[in-house]
Unconditional design. Sequence first.
Length: 256
Amino acid sequence: MGGMSPDKPVVAEIVFKDGSVLQEVLKATSSVTEEAPLKLTPDGISIRALDLSEVSMVDIAIPTHVAAEFRVEKAESLSIKSDDFLEFYKGHIEEQTRLTFEPGRLVVYIGGEEGTRFEVPIFQPESKELPLPKISYKTTFKTDLKFLRDVIDKGKAMTDRVEIKIEDNSVKLVVASETKSYSRTLREQTGSLRDASLEENVSAKYDLKKLYQIISSFQPQGDVTLFFGKDLPLKISAELRDGIQINYYLASMIEA
């Protein structure tokens, strides 16, 4: 523990061979919330948070094997502002990163003892533990995120919503204004749809801006799995890397 002041007991210490994994996790979290509520346990780190309007939720699990060293004696819940960390971490690529959690602050060492050091404040998170939505979905499928990104990109200038429809054993992603529309159809035959279990003639609409923020904030390893249904939240499930699982939930837009 070189360089630690003795008056600050260390709550937990975690070392990553490549700290950019933290960058990815905090960037993915920041599409939903500015503060990342970290739950540290001897089994790993989890982040679960709702946005202020309670329309979207992020749930991330980081197993201990992602870290080179993982010293967490007992469960601790704390929050950091993602932007604080991301701002200081900019420009550091694939460098060893040590996180030392002390009361009230997180001290970060990048690239060994003589490298970079920064500290950011730790906050107490909301006390209540967020439950995950308990939903049984009849429709679930895997696809490449690029198809959804394309449709949302085209829709940004013309509408505030994106529609997902199931028809003829395919998934249709649609954006439309009063005068224009753009859609992509995902089918198993073309390879754009995989492992699909579809409930026919079901559709739901989602907030385009919110969905854009979510899918712009992370780069999955491989396909994403989407779960959806009429008036149900859209669930996007993916692996970030190294077995880090990420789930997003986005409430559907209920038509008046």
